[in-house]
Design a protein around this ligand. Structure first.
Ligand SMILES: C[S@@+](CC[C@H](N)C(=O)[O-])C[C@H]1O[C@@H](n2cnc3c(N)ncnc32)[C@H](O)[C@@H]1O
Length: 405
């Protein structure tokens, strides 16, 4: 677990990661690192029986079984995040990441007419840290959002992680409602009094004006690998990501809102990116299945195509540019000024460096957004309606500079 900060609120949340963890975007190939001592895992046996009885399986089937098999899947049983886990993610590194994402949603809500209600929908919320940081910003900007009816909807396949999310987010005095058979398998109320519900599939989340969020979610969806020897000798395609982007685009076209996707990836240029992580080290994807995370870079050009013109897209834009545009330097200064203890200041600076340094997460991670077409037409007449290259003049915060209206 990430060590708890010794300081009191409001800086209690800054202590996230001052230890040498890897972020999963760091490596490019599956490598030949030493194997785990115990390779014959329950998942290995499950796959062996499956292959013996029904024949060979695709890479996508392998990835899906290993990660999300309801019985033995890696995500179903592990808490893989943090120092004792297998990797670290941006919201676990610094509170500033989630705060700026929260500001992004408020900025989009304001720019699109301050609807009287919205749903915050997170795909793959991990420990619930990101939504927790966003909700703290919503509370702090309560005067802006006071007339808005907000609800939280979490899409999570892992029972174990959903329990962590409930611990992070909900008010312990109000018991959770559970129904394993229902499409809404858990319900509760957040510490700030907002209703929160859990689903296994985006399709089950009620349709309505929503802000969607996915940080390091698309990279764990199963990929197909093709070797064709044209310009790229490997091609990785993730049809499940395509289906989710189509669903998001349709919803945004129908009811408005926006989706913000953050992940490591490329714009249709990379080849073999399938890799595994275990205990912060690169892990051969075929060894001891079920004990390591499997991941592949997100192909943003494919996500853009999968909108099928229903929603406009922005990005990908590098994490360091997005966070800079969102005002990370100002936020860091405010937190540093408030921090009395040198250890807290050190943690803040360390987190900033991890998120922003081009050699760390600054250039490898990208932001990508889906928006209603009219959102880009209103603010910037020179932009196209379908796909827009981010520019300083973008009317959308993060993809251009944040300006309050
Ligand atoms: C790499 S973790 C990212 C966690 C979190 N977003 C963060 O940034 O710390 C991936 C998350 O997606 C969830 N997940 C994986 N496959 C999923 C699927 N098919 N549907 C819903 N959630 C999934 C995992 O259980 C986990 O919560």
């Amino acid at each position: 677990m990430v060590p708890a900060s010794p300081v009191a609120r409001p800086l209690r949340h800054v202590a996230r990661a001052l230890f040498p963890c890897v972020w999963r975007g760091k490596y490019f190939s599956s490598g030949n690192e030493p194997a785990e001592s115990n390779r014959v895992t329950p998942m290995f046996r499950h796959l062996m029986y499956k292959i013996k009885s029904t024949g060979p399986i695709t890479v996508a089937e392998y990835m899906k079984e290993v990660l999300t098999n309801p019985d033995k899947g890696y995500y179903v049983h592990h808490d893989m995040l943090g120092e004792k886990g297998d990797f670290i993610t941006s919201p676990e590194i610094s509170q500033i990441f989630g705060e700026l994402v929260g500001i992004w949603f408020i900025s989009e809500w304001m720019s699109s007419g301050k609807s009287s209600a919205f749903q915050l929908v997170e795909l793959g919320p991990g420990r619930g840290t990101l939504t927790g940081d966003i909700l703290r910003v919503f509370s702090q900007l309560g005067s802006v959002l006071k007339t808005c009816d907000i609800s939280v909807h979490l899409v999570e396949v892992s029972q174990k992680l959903s329990e962590f999310q409930a611990l992070t987010l909900t008010d312990k005095k109000i018991p959770l409602e559970r129904d394993a058979e229902s499409l809404v398998y858990m319900k509760g109320v957040t510490k700030s009094g907002i209703p929160v519900s859990w689903y296994r599939d985006l399709k089950d989340v009620p349709k309505g004006y929503s802000f969607y969020l996915a940080n390091e979610f698309f990279d764990v969806l199963p990929i197909h690998k093709f070797q064709c020897g044209e310009t790229r000798d490997h091609i990785e395609v993730c049809p499940e990501a395509g289906v989710i982007i189509q669903e998001l685009s349709q919803r945004i076209a129908l009811t408005g809102g926006a989706a913000l996707i953050a992940d490591y990836g490329h714009d249709g240029t990379k080849t073999d990116t399938f890799r595994g992580f275990c205990s912060h080290k690169l892990h051969d994807v075929l060894i001891a299945p079920g004990t390591a995370d499997l991941t592949a870079d997100v192909d943003f050009s494919y996500l853009r195509r999968m909108t099928q013109g229903k929603a406009a897209s922005l990005g990908p834009i590098q994490q360091q540019t997005f966070l800079k545009n969102m005002g990370i330097d100002v936020r860091l200064k405010v937190l540093l000024d408030k921090a009395d203890e040198p250890s807290v200041r050190q943690q803040l600076l360390h987190g900033y460096n991890m998120l922003m340094n081009p050699k760390k997460m600054g250039e490898r991670f990208n932001f990508f957004a889906l928006l209603p077409h009219q959102r880009l037409q209103v603010g910037s007449h020179q932009m196209g309606t379908c796909q827009s290259k981010p520019s300083a003049s973008s009317p959308v915060a993060g993809f251009g500079e944040l300006t309050w209206q």
